[in-house]
Design a protein. Structure first.
Length: 115
């Protein structure tokens, strides 16, 4: 057993689960890498175009993953479509604003406002 795993399995860290808190640390590293990469990409692309591509590719991956996992798309109605449209517009606006901020500011200044 490696030293870091041993250190987490003894003492006050005994309650720390690598599948719980460990994924929080992994998520923080992924967010930092994605912010730095987004800064580089936003220098070449318009932030709106970059956001559109990110949301389209991510939505397609999630849709295919859900369908492959046995999910089904049912229960469509006027209310559900209106809510889906509202959430899509709100998310797109937030991500486009984030990309625009990354384009014109340092990553360290913008990432503070991520939460």
């Amino acid at each position: 057993m490696g030293k870091p795993v041993w250190a987490l399995s003894t003492g006050p860290w005994r309650q720390v689960a690598l599948l719980g808190e460990g994924f929080i640390v992994v998520a923080a590293f992924v967010l930092s890498a994605a912010s730095i990469h987004g800064k580089r990409v936003s220098q070449r692309l318009d932030p709106m175009v970059m956001t559109a591509w990110q949301l389209a590719i991510g939505g397609l991956v999630l849709l295919l993953g859900g369908l492959a996992g046995g999910g089904a798309i049912t229960g469509w109605g006027v209310g559900s479509l209106a809510l889906l449209g509202y959430m899509a517009v709100l998310s797109a606006a937030a991500f486009a604003l984030w990309a625009a901020l990354l384009k014109h500011n340092r990553v360290g200044q913008v990432t503070v406002f991520n939460f």
